[in-house]
Design a protein around this ligand. Structure first.
Ligand SMILES: Nc1nc2c(ncn2[C@@H]2O[C@H](COP(=O)(O)OP(=O)(O)OP(=O)(O)O)[C@@H](O)[C@H]2O)c(=O)[nH]1
Ligand SMILES: [Mg+2]
Length: 629
């Protein structure tokens, strides 16, 4: 029921749109969501027969391809014939990221769909993020089809994976209707599926199951228009576009709309272009009705979470809820001696504009002013969430400096200080159990479970303060020789744990600015592991290595060998230098000490002391030692 402009009350007419299904694919990281969509697109014949199609086609941005993970949720659509009527039915499919740091994407995407495909790797069974995404789907009463995927894996254990999945539904309190889920078995790589583990030759069983079990949208197309902007897309002509499901009513291309912003302000704007999804393309349409997922282009600075509505009836849809951020770091103007050389955008204004722009799409992110005009406090869902933003900005030619990530401490309604805790799950070889248990223990982790996996490895689960996990991943991988896997997700806020000793090592710091020399590096490497080799431009106060001593050490790595002693060739020395440790951005973010910053430019990443001048730093921090030259 609603009031139309004449003030009359009209009974709403809910009708089923049998021509559409809206479904999201959700799962733990790497359980095969994007690969399965490749198969669905291929078999719905959206490619030309001779078209070369790359794997995981929806993972289209550079960072997604490089890291092999989905970061942003994406829409696509296929049309398949209804087995009963032969009529084409459109399936809007939304791919979602599986990594816990991007859980915010999944939470909001579920607002667009009527059901989900929950993928479970047949060998791994349900994992921590399976639980998180299923919990979201259950909370929204979404019909769930369980897809036991990767049946081809030699270590697949279909019965166990299915039983564990069923237990998970019960544990999460799914109502009977949802806990009684249909099951499809699949091999996403081959594009085969079945109603039983005996797979057929294609994905028809999966398609049939979607048509049968995912409810069609039940909507009122005669009510005033309402759409919640749930995702943003990009259009060559008009830039950023709004993506969302028409909740009620109709929209026409070119029509005037009310835009209800986050704080409730209402503006009038025009839906210049209107598109629907078809395969990997967007197709322009003149109009669309409730139940369909559309893209609207031409709305300036549109942001996720705004409602687009009928100008005569501008009623906002409920705001999108996402879990709060847990980790924060500062983003500031680059103050290193090399600032302004390597990046195009480096001013405080540019940095502020870029971060503000990010807030429109990245809704789990928060940006606040600090006391300094040149520095912003940026909060996110984890180190990877913030790391991806840093990497994206440096590729867009920004340069800036960031501080070490810190867990966000909150004060609850009773005035008690609380910090975020995470549930951590690790799978490791038996040999590494001792060292990992010790590492997690010193970080104030509490073990909640320890079981032997069928493959001989051990599964440990812990509740641990987020603070204890910062900087942990690299050490964990080193301790388990790269064989361990680790997943963590937000558990809740709780009272502050005791002190956690963060980094036990210290930094080797450049004492002078200039070009590093083989001689200088040779000298320095006796004190620890270097991050730079010879011939690298460094500046006073730049961190160039790590030592196991309790205090930092300043060394002149630009020192030249005295000319009288030139007999030994440079080559000889070069060969004897240990290769420097080449750290990725993620490792550097983990490494940054409390009195350090990371300088980020499109060309380089440099760790540095907050106070660059050696003597000033010495006065500030009496414990640092110099290596006298
Ligand atoms: N053996 C086997 N491997 C598969 C199958 N489906 C996907 N993979 C592999 O699993 C890895 C992850 O696949 P993706 O499709 O990227 O998984 P995802 O769930 O989209 O991952 P995120 O988006 O990062 O959460 C890739 O190396 C795929 O080749 C399958 O059916 N069998
Ligand atoms: Mg993916």
């Amino acid at each position: 029921m609603y009031n139309n402009k004449l003030g009359k009350v009209k009974a709403s007419m809910i009708k089923e749109r049998k021509d559409i299904r809206n479904v999201a694919i959700i799962a733990h990281v790497d359980h095969g969501k994007t690969t399965l969509i490749d198969g669905m697109l291929r078999q719905a014949k959206i490619f030309r027969s001779n078209q070369k199609v790359q794997e995981r086609i929806l993972d289209s941005n550079d960072l997604e391809r490089e890291r092999g993970i989905t970061i942003l949720a994406k829409n696509t659509a296929i049309s398949i014939p209804d087995p009963e009527t032969g009529k084409l039915i459109k399936i809007n499919i939304v791919d979602t990221p599986g990594h816990a740091d991007f859980g915010g994407e999944v939470e909001r995407i579920l607002n667009m769909v009527d059901g989900v495909l929950l993928l479970v790797d047949a060998a791994e069974g349900p994992k921590p993020q399976t639980r998180f995404v299923l919990k979201q789907a259950i909370a929204k009463h979404l019909k769930t089809i369980v897809v036991i995927n990767k049946l081809d894996r030699r270590d697949a254990d279909v019965d166990r994976s299915l039983n564990d999945t069923f237990d998970l539904f019960i544990e999460l309190g799914a109502e009977d209707e949802i806990a009684d889920f249909p099951i499809i078995y699949a091999n996403g790589i081959d594009g085969t599926s079945g109603d039983t583990p005996e797979l057929t030759d294609d994905l028809q069983p999966l398609f049939r199951s979607i048509l049968k079990y995912i409810p069609c949208p039940k909507v009122d197309a005669d009510a005033p228009f309402q759409l919640l902007v749930t995702n943003l897309g990009y259009d060559e002509y008009s830039g950023v576009t709004a993506v969302g499901r028409i909740q009620s009513g109709k929209v026409k291309s070119g029509q005037m709309l009310a835009r209800i912003k986050h704080k409730g302000e209402v503006e009038t704007d025009q839906a210049r272009y209107l598109y629907v999804f078809q395969g990997l393309e967007k197709v322009a349409v003149d109009s669309a009705e409730a139940g369909e997922i559309v893209t609207i282009a031409g709305l300036k600075n549109i942001a996720i979470g705004e409602t687009l509505a009928d100008p005569e009836n501008p009623v906002a849809l409920p705001v999108i809820h996402v879990e709060p951020p847990t980790v924060q770091m500062t983003f500031g103007v680059n103050t290193s001696p090399l600032s302004g050389i390597e990046g195009r955008w480096s001013t405080s204004r540019k940095l502020s504009e870029r971060l503000t722009q990010e807030l429109r799409t990245n809704i789990a992110l928060k940006v606040e002013q600090t006391d300094s005009a040149d520095m912003y406090l940026v909060s996110g869902r984890g180190e990877l969430h913030l790391g991806i933003l840093i990497e994206t900005m440096r590729r867009e030619d920004y340069e800036f400096q960031v501080s070490r990530p810190e867990a966000i401490i909150i004060t609850d309604e009773n005035g008690i200080k609380k910090e975020p805790y995470e549930e951590v799950h690790v799978d490791i070889d038996t040999d590494h159990v001792g060292v990992v248990v010790e590492m997690l223990g010193t970080r104030r982790g509490k073990m909640v479970n320890m079981v032997n996996n069928p493959d001989g490895t051990v599964h440990l689960s812990y509740i641990i303060p987020t603070r204890g996990l910062l900087g942990f991943r690299y050490k964990f991988l080193t301790a388990t020789r790269g064989m361990g896997t680790m997943n963590s997700f937000f558990h809740g806020n709780d009272v502050l744990a005791d002190k956690i000793t963060q980094r036990q090592s210290s930094s080797i710091v450049a004492r002078a600015s200039g070009m590093t020399t083989t001689f200088g590096c040779k000298n320095a490497e006796q004190r620890g592991n270097l991050f730079v080799g010879p011939g690298v431009e460094v500046y006073e106060g730049m961190v160039i290595g790590e030592s196991q001593r309790p205090q930092d050490l300043s060394i002149n790595v630009c020192k030249k060998k005295h000319l009288t002693n030139m007999r030994q060739s440079v080559r000889d020395l070069d060969e004897r230098l240990t290769p420097p440790r080449d750290m990725s951005l993620d490792e550097m973010i983990e490494y940054i000490g409390p009195d350090e910053l990371l300088e980020v430019t499109p060309k380089n990443l440099r760790l540095r002391k907050r106070i660059l001048n050696t003597h000033d730093r010495g006065r500030h921090n009496k414990t640092e030692r110099y290596d006298e030259d």
